[in-house]
Design a protein around this ligand. Structure first.
Ligand code: UDX
Length: 445
């Protein structure tokens, strides 16, 4: 019999999970409380940018294998496996994660389930959440129902969400009994058949695996960015340094790209939530290094702002700055905690005229900060610019021609915030440029 699955919350994670579950052949229903999002998804339209996902969504909505609702009653009737993929954003008043969406979805599910069901948490949560929810389920489940909770963290990256879901590096299950394990193995059978490593563990470990992975990745980025601060002062080449240490298989080259720092909906808030959680546990010193990781990361933005300012003679009023890239990374339209948007806004607030072009991110950025001048091409953004900032490494920007861009700008000065442009080539075309890890002395005049 075809598995019947529900996915609660249809953001980046949930929409991807729901479409991929349909791709595996299951009958899937996705739930969201946002009417606009539901309307788009039900029409087979993805309300955000994620390569490969629109095709899956369209196909499976058309076939009827994937549908969407706002009714917990319908979800509870349709499925007996419920994946919870709602957000756990940083709270406005502290570093902790806001658990209200997770709690509310589990409560609503439990209030509607009458028979047997498995609830599988996928959201990134503070350790101890699954145990707490499990006790809450036991206390509030309807008489006659039998509900178990498992945790199954998700490691997908934006821009690679479909690939990471269908061919993940590993599957991790935090379980409380063998029946849950059997169910999860049934769901993931097509993926396990690809020899995907499987980690079976307890609830706490499964929650920690996710935050440990993200804390490690964030630390790796800040580690190389800290060395960039050194080479910016003493000279040296940060890319060569990263290549050289990356050859050591114990270190590895990935996530050693110095730049404007990490952003997005995960790494920044996850390292903060982890610190908050261990402090609650009385272990405030244990994750103290993550405060440093966060600080190093935020200093990357300060550096671009002060570099831009000194290049422009510390007089930003009336200066035209062209910002290429506003999302937190390429192949995404996500501007949550984006270093690029933050830098653009800070320069605008200091009096500069800031024109922004991003292949996918303009709309979301304008939703958060409408006052920048958002335009539809790099050419328009660069018109008569006094300074160009490349802040997100879209392929379109990697492929820029120094002569073509040079013909449009007012002055050939560029900060390559992601170290992706060929310095000698651009300098041959008369560009003054610098980037992360580079010692930079302002040219005379
Ligand atoms: C991350 C994790 O990679 C993923 O496993 C988890 O499920 C969610 O969080 P994501 O937020 O999509 O994924 O982005 P990721 O590719 O990890 O990049 C995060 C940030 O780090 C981006 O802003 C990126 O530009 C930056 N980064 C990455 C660097 O500055 N240097 C690097 O070497 C790598």
């Amino acid at each position: 019999m075809t598995l019947r699955i529900s996915v609660i919350g249809t953001g980046y994670l949930g929409a991807t999970h729901a479409a991929c579950m349909a791709e595996l052949g299951y009958e899937v229903i996705g739930l969201d409380v946002n009417a606009e999002k539901l309307q788009a998804l039900s029409a087979g339209i993805l309300p955000f940018h994620e390569p490969g996902l629109p095709e899956l969504l369209r196909e499976h909505v058309a076939s009827g294998r994937l549908r969407f609702t706002d009714s917990y009653e319908e979800v509870a009737q349709h499925a007996d496996i419920h994946f919870v993929t709602v957000g756990t954003p940083q709270r406005a008043d502290s570093q902790s994660a806001d658990m209200s969406y997770v709690d509310a979805s589990v409560d609503s599910l439990v209030a509607n389930i009458s028979g047997e069901a498995l609830i599988v948490g996928k959201s990134t949560v503070p350790v101890g959440t699954a145990r707490r929810l499990s006790e809450r389920i036991e206390a509030t489940a309807k008489p006659g129902s039998s509900i178990t909770l498992a945790w199954n963290p998700e490691f997908l990256r934006e821009g690679f969400a479909v690939k990471d879901t269908l061919t993940p590096d590993r599957l991790v299950y935090g379980i409380q009994d063998d029946a849950s394990l059997a169910k999860l193995r049934e769901v993931y059978a097509p993926i396990l058949a690809l020899d995907t490593p499987e980690v079976v563990t307890d609830l706490e470990t499964s929650e920690l695996v996710k935050v440990a992975a993200n804390a490690f990745l964030a630390t790796k980025i800040s580690f190389i960015n800290a060395f960039a601060e050194v080479t910016e002062n003493v000279g040296g080449d940060i890319k060569t340094l990263a290549d050289a240490i990356g050859h050591d298989a114990r270190i590895g080259r990935k996530f050693l790209n110095a730049g404007v720092g990490f952003g997005g909906g995960c790494l920044p808030k996850d390292i903060r939530a982890l610190q908050a959680r261990v402090s609650e546990l009385g272990l405030s010193q244990t994750m103290g290094f993550l405060a440093e990781v966060d600080q190093i990361n935020l200093r990357r933005r300060d550096r671009v702002v002060s570099l831009a300012s000194s290049i422009l003679g510390n007089q930003l009023a009336g200066k035209r700055i062209c910002v290429l890239g506003v999302t937190f990374k390429p192949d995404s339209d996500d501007v949550r905690d984006s270093p690029a948007l933050d830098i653009a806004v800070r320069l605008y607030n200091s009096g500069a005229e800031v024109s922004v072009y991003d292949p996918e991110g303009n709309k979301n950025a304008a939703g958060r900060f409408p006052r920048l001048n958002y335009v539809d091409s790099w050419r328009e953004a660069a018109k008569e610019a006094d300074l160009v900032l490349l802040l997100t490494e879209w392929n379109e920007f990697r492929a820029l021609d120094p002569q073509e861009l040079g013909d449009v700008v007012g002055t050939r000065v560029l900060i390559d915030g992601r170290n992706v442009l060929d310095r000698p080539l651009w300098r041959e075309h008369g560009w003054v440029m610098t980037g992360p890890g580079e010692k930079f002395d302002l040219p005379e005049g």
